[in-house]
Design a protein around this ligand. Structure first.
Ligand code: AMP
Ligand code: MG
Length: 365
């Protein structure tokens, strides 16, 4: 699984990273170039003292269980990238359920507590999305994630009785959050929250804020294939984002051109295990406790707000094509839905900016 994430990351780095136009033809040479670009960590100083707005600063980090790259251009790029990495590490330390000392792990261990600014914002908005998605987006899903072994990698298929019992501990209406005091508590013992469906999108939006504060006009962040971009590339052209293709395939199914947007994808192929020939993935349907079986392979949501894109990609994956598409339209975001039978549905607003790369995929009208 790690390998798959890395491959996508390299591809995305290649497509997004270069300022030069690049033909997408030979994937092996692309990967080499991507690796080269990744290792270079370019930070050229202009020799005559003039500000070179195409000057690139870039760093790789492993956080939130994934490989990340932060890149910023211009004279403030290096400072912005340093600050972005510090912010990623800070948020990882706050929001990770696996880190015993994190704010969220403490809340889970103590059955409640007082949240800081970031977690408080996340919980409040997540609960709103929980309501507006009719419960498809459910941050109280943690006891079920744990039972499947997604929190530790020690995977197992729980019995239906176990899952039915745990569903009693995943009800959003049993999460009590007071926004005046930022305190959270649970009505049932053993309840716990998991911000894994929104943490990366929130992080990428925070990084855009940092870039702006630093005076950066062009930059991007790639959090394990989830991308958010500030402005355009330094030559004024749009960023090109790869949308991953079929399972166990290093290819990508299409390329989307964007500026000033987050492109966040939820896919059943991102984290999964197999038992007795059945694949079980990490996006859970809160009505059953089983991995969502909605006929979708992935959902990508495109909007200005990384948090919104992240919450909606997870929610729409659970909701399925029809309900998810309807909900995405209501929320005024653009979307790419890929079904398990390899059909691709793209909202009107981005159709002219999306190109299918792989013959096996069919673009629905
Ligand atoms: P994403 O990759 O953004 O779709 O997030 C998937 C992660 O969100 C999982 O690894 C869980 O931590 C969490 N999650 C799983 N199912 C749900 C759900 N129905 N609602 C909210 N979060 C979920
Ligand atoms: Mg998500």
């Amino acid at each position: 699984m790690k390998k798959k994430i890395l491959v996508l990351f390299l591809l995305s780095t290649m497509i997004l990273g270069g300022c030069s136009t690049q033909k997408i033809t030979d994937s092996s040479s692309q990967k080499e170039e991507a690796q080269e670009a990744k290792n270079q960590d370019i930070s050229e100083e202009s020799t005559d003292g003039e500000v070179d707005e195409s000057q690139e600063a870039s760093k790789d980090v492993f956080a939130m269980d994934t490989y990340m790259t932060v890149t910023a251009y211009g004279s403030h790029g290096e400072e912005a990238v340093e600050k972005a990495v510090t912010e990623i590490e800070r948020l990882d330390g706050l929001l990770s359920t696996g880190e015993e000392s994190s704010e969220i792990a403490q809340v889970n261990a103590n059955g409640g507590g007082t949240l800081g600014k970031d977690a408080s914002y996340l919980v409040e908005r997540a609960l709103e999305f929980g309501k507006s998605t009719g419960g498809a987006f459910d941050i109280a899903i943690y006891p079920i994630m744990k039972e499947w072994g997604f929190t530790t990698g020690d995977f197992k298929v729980p019995s239906k009785e176990t899952l039915d019992g745990l569903l009693e501990k995943t009800k959003l209406s049993d999460v009590v959050f007071d926004k005046e005091t930022s305190t959270i508590s649970f009505k049932t013992d053993g309840m716990a929250i998991d911000l894994g469906g929104i943490a990366k999108g929130y992080t990428s939006t925070r990084i855009m804020d940092i870039y702006r504060e630093c005076g950066v006009k062009s930059g991007l962040v790639n959090l394990g294939g989830n991308v958010q971009a500030l402005g355009t590339k330094t030559d004024g052209s749009k960023w090109r984002v790869a949308i991953q293709g079929v399972e166990d395939d290093d290819s990508y199914l299409g390329v989307l051109s964007i500026s000033d947007k987050a492109v966040i994808t939820s896919g059943g192929y991102e984290r999964y295990f197999e038992q007795d020939g059945v694949t079980y993935h990490h996006i859970i349907d809160p009505t059953t406790g089983y991995p969502a079986d909605s006929g979708l392979m992935s959902v990508s949501i495109i909007s200005k707000d990384g948090f919104l894109s992240d919450a909606l990609s997870t929610a729409c994956f659970v909701m399925g094509l029809e309900n998810g598409m309807k909900y995405a339209r209501e929320q005024n975001v653009e979307a790419i839905f890929v079904t398990t039978d390899q059909k691709v549905y793209v909202t009107k607003g981005i159709r002219k900016n999306f190109r299918i790369q792989v013959d096996a995929y069919e673009l629905e009208k």
